[in-house]
Write a new protein. Structure first.
Length: 307
């Protein structure tokens, strides 16, 4: 199918086309948009969002003290059910925005899926499901499950049949397959979320899957889309899924700084690296996130295994 055909098939809540004469990247009239550089938020905490006590306990357990700039901008509107379109650099806490917003609003009913989160890779789907797991640790009535390709679909069908989750995280291909075989029912869906939305909407096959899934959901629902890279060309496509969204764009590369993050480097030979890493781990203290946990990034898979 040609790309123009796919564009024409996309649902659009706006009957009028977007004006073509305005400056490129301008938000449609009436849209709430946040642009520009940000400063660190030190004066507010997660308590100011009036989150459920269960969520606040989980946030404290994770060691988070203050919301990031993106969380400070998005969470107050997201927990009110407003559609959100957000672009911000990886590491700024976009995942926590939709995880906390959906958990804050969720009213679990047995046998009903009310939250659907989709992303373009199984690794990201698994990571998001783990975020739901740790933030819902004091919400035992809430069940979440992750579905993606590469595993037997029968296992997913058994989960949906015998222990239907309230929150489903997955990749578009597997989600659509579960819908087509009548195993996954989205007629009670209240929150439709896409993480790294541009990756799914730029690929025509995946965009078609997303569109077909979207058609199976109720008209009245919250739609939230997030990405680290959201081009001006793909933004109108995103808006076709949404109703008067709040838009948070951090476009300029100079504005994508993670405030409060200190970065250091050591110039070493290969033979010195492991010893220096162990020395640093002995003296460094970790204040944010899981105490005592850290990530080490390497350039190649084989080097990771050997190290």
């Amino acid at each position: 199918m040609a790309e123009t055909d796919v564009d024409n098939e996309l649902l659009d809540y706006e009957e009028d086309e977007e004006p073509q004469g305005g400056p490129e990247g301008d938000a449609p009239a009436g849209k709430k948009e946040v642009k520009g550089s940000y400063v660190s938020i030190h004066s507010s905490g997660f308590r100011d969002f009036l989150l459920k006590p269960e969520l606040l306990r989980a946030i404290i357990d994770c060691g988070f003290e203050h919301p990031s700039e993106v969380q400070h901008e998005c969470i107050p509107q997201a927990i009110l059910g407003m559609d959100i379109l957000c672009q911000a650099k990886s590491g700024m806490g976009k995942t926590a925005v939709f995880v906390l917003a959906t958990l804050q609003q969720i009213e679990p009913v047995d046998g009903q899926v009310c939250v659907l989160v989709m992303c373009h890779t199984r690794e990201l789907a698994f990571q998001i499901s783990k975020e739901y797991e740790r933030f819902s640790k004091y919400m035992p009535a809430v069940k979440a499950a992750v579905f993606f390709g590469g595993l037997f679909i029968k296992n997913n069908e058994e989960v949906l049949k015998n222990n239907c989750p309230h929150i489903v995280v997955g990749t578009p291909g597997r989600i659509l397959a579960l819908i087509n075989n009548k195993t996954l029912n989205l007629k009670h869906l209240k929150h439709f979320v896409m993480d790294e939305c541009d990756k799914m909407l730029e690929q025509l096959d995946m965009r078609r899957d997303v569109q077909n899934i979207f058609r199976m959901t109720p008209h009245e629902k919250q739609v939230m889309m997030f990405s680290a890279t959201l081009s001006k060309e793909i933004r109108p496509v995103c808006r076709k899924f949404m109703q008067d969204p709040m838009e948070v764009f951090v476009d300029d590369e100079t504005k994508l700084t993670l405030h409060g993050l200190q970065q250091y480097y050591c110039k070493l030979t290969d033979s010195e690296k492991n010893r220096k890493l162990f020395d640093l781990l002995d003296v460094l203290e970790f204040n944010q996130g899981h105490s005592g946990q850290f990530l080490v990034f390497l350039c190649k898979r084989c080097k990771c295994i050997c190290s």
